[in-house]
Design a protein around this ligand. Structure first.
Ligand SMILES: Cc1cc2nc3c(=O)[nH]c(=O)nc-3n(C[C@H](O)[C@H](O)[C@H](O)COP(=O)(O)OP(=O)(O)OC[C@H]3O[C@@H](n4cnc5c(N)ncnc54)[C@H](O)[C@@H]3O)c2cc1C
Length: 325
């Protein structure tokens, strides 16, 4: 099933495994099940660290397979055959389950570990979706770090009935404990910000201890980035808070007709935006969501136009406070 070149590359990667992995396959008599079995056997033939077993489970999606360490509950399951753009997610899941280090900073790993609750994620993808692997890989590492997180990655093309029942209109789409958890490209930090509500309060407290901004820009899309750059260029103490830096451009591969940029890719454009902002003294927080504005406490007056003025007569809105969610 795997081309010779891909097979030799995979073999080299699998040499990095430092502990054994068990793949548990749930199959039926369909052609897709046969295809999956042959893929798993082929992978297992490349290293002595991987074993494949078949299991009967009427409640499991078929074909599907879980990836785990022998003797431990598996936290990652692929329903379908993760080829196409998802092949990288499969390889990473194998490497990380087999002891290859996870590339996240210590604070983020600790935050994932400390999440309190049982989180069962189901994520729908398609083999041609460019944005799906990032989300799949984000949830996979979270599931590997915290055993109370489970992640099932589902190829919507093979499970059409549930796609229709759950009204999955676009991929990637995510369900948490059976409830819609959102769609679109999402990284570890954004998922964490949604799961760990306490983190927003902690971050808000940290912000309180930092110097006050003259301007705080809410949003890190092209508009927020442009506002930050021009504000900072004028010597104004500027901050940016955004749920995700890049905004909508992260949701597309193909950016055309953006003034002066004839053609580029969404993620590339988002990185360029962030780098441009970083050229200036702008403090940014990527995973924050402004939830509400609280007017500054204390005396103020309104001028003849109704604009609020502080004691010194200056426009006083810059001292309003935003709450972060
Ligand atoms: C699939 C697709 C293809 C596209 N193709 C093109 C193209 O080819 N050419 C082109 O010119 N345009 C294209 N666009 C449109 C382009 O991406 C948008 O016009 C542009 O991103 C708008 O920029 P913005 O900064 O106004 O808003 P957005 O990009 O929407 O950014 C909004 C920002 O605000 C943040 N945010 C929102 N609410 C909060 C909150 N409460 N707290 C904190 N942060 C918050 C978000 O996280 C984000 O960072 C495309 C869009 C999509 C979705």
């Amino acid at each position: 099933m795997l081309e010779a070149n891909l097979k030799s590359q995979l073999k080299a990667y699998l040499e990095k495994l430092t502990r054994p992995i068990k793949l548990v396959a749930f199959l039926d008599g369909s052609d897709k099940s046969k295809e999956l079995k042959s893929l798993l056997d082929e992978i297992a033939s490349l290293t002595t660290q991987i074993s494949v077993v078949e299991k009967e489970d009427a409640s499991a999606r078929r074909p599907s397979f879980s990836i785990g360490e022998p003797g431990k509950a598996a936290s990652i399951t692929f329903a379908g055959i993760p080829m196409g753009h998802e092949f990288t997610s499969l390889v990473l899941a194998l490497l990380q389950t087999g002891g290859h280090p996870i590339k996240l900073d210590d604070a983020t790993i600790e935050q994932i570990r400390a999440l309190d609750g049982d989180f069962s994620f189901e994520r729908y993808f398609s083999l041609s979706c460019h944005n799906c692997p990032e989300v799949v890989q984000a949830l996979n590492v979270m599931a590997l770090i915290n055993p109370r997180i489970r992640h099932i990655v589902i190829d919507g093309a093979l499970f059409q009935t549930e796609v229709e029942e759950r009204q999955v209109m676009a991929v990637p789409m995510m369900f948490l404990n059976g409830q819609n958890f959102g769609s679109g490209r999402t990284g570890v930090k954004e998922i964490l910000a949604k799961l760990d509500s306490g983190s927003a309060e902690r971050a808000a407290k940290e912000l309180e201890n930092k110097p006050v901004f003259d301007t705080l820009i809410v949003g890190g899309g092209p508009a927020g980035a442009a506002a930050a750059i021009y504000s900072a260029r004028n010597g104004i103490a500027t901050g940016v808070v955004a749920e995700r830096f890049g905004g909508q451009v992260l949701d597309t591969m193909s950016i055309e007709n953006f003034v002066s940029v004839k053609e580029t890719e969404g993620p590339k454009f988002a990185v360029a935006l962030e780098q441009h902002v970083k050229e200036y003294e702008v403090r940014s927080r990527r995973d924050g969501r402004a939830a509400g504005r609280k007017a500054r406490a204390g005396p103020y007056q309104r001028d003849s136009s109704g604009e609020r003025r502080g004691a010194a007569g200056q426009n006083d809105h810059s001292r309003d406070r935003y709450t972060l969610a």
